[in-house]
Design a protein around this ligand. Structure first.
Ligand SMILES: C[S@@+](CC[C@H](N)C(=O)[O-])C[C@H]1O[C@@H](n2cnc3c(N)ncnc32)[C@H](O)[C@@H]1O
Length: 161
């Protein structure tokens, strides 16, 4: 179980984001109760996502649409917006009201121009819009989102497609 506290400002990479502190075991897929979710032990995972997305942007031959599909506080997508360089925009999505409200606050305080927010079921969003790179970071298995993510992906941004 994970207990959450009121949002406060933290810095990850070079990005400042409001998060709810979470007390966790620090291991395994997260589960949570109340508030928006933030797991500090996933910082290295988010660092690696930044590296992969930067590689992707370096290869891309068109404007790139990135999606942080299960955004919680929005930290991963906001790190993309703040730390990546290239021709791209980022969408942040979370269906949970507490998380969506925190995402909106974080986007506002970041002054990022290339970020949009959605409060939708990720599978519904993926059936409506198409993205070049989709981050799916669920509690537990990602299997519920794989089919719709593969249908939503646009492969034409990379030179070898
Ligand atoms: C593990 S957290 C995401 C953590 C976040 N990516 C990070 O790096 O801090 C999973 C999030 O997915 C959201 N979520 C779960 N199922 C969803 C769905 N079907 N559509 C949209 N959001 C969903 C939850 O509200 C939760 O905030």
């Amino acid at each position: 179980m994970i207990m959450t506290s009121p949002p406060h400002l933290i810095k990850e990479g070079t990005t400042e984001v409001l998060v709810s502190t979470t007390k966790t075991s620090g291991k395994g897929p997260g589960v949570k109760e109340g508030g928006s979710f933030y797991n500090p032990s996933m910082e290295l995972n988010r660092d690696l996502s930044i590296l992969v997305m930067q590689w992707f942007l370096n290869q891309a031959k068109t404007h790139v649409h990135l999606l942080d599909g299960l955004a919680a506080s929005g930290i991963r997508g906001l790190r993309y917006a703040h730390e990546l360089t290239g021709d791209f925009d980022v969408a942040l999505n979370d269906w949970e009201p507490d998380s969506f409200s925190l995402i909106e606050k974080n986007v506002k305080q970041s002054h990022a121009q290339n970020v949009t927010c959605f409060q939708k079921d990720l599978n519904a969003l993926l059936s409506e819009r198409r993205y070049h790179a989709i981050d799916v970071d669920p509690f537990g298995s990602p299997v519920y989102f794989i089919d719709s993510a593969l249908r939503s992906i646009v492969v034409s941004a990379l030179p070898y497609f």
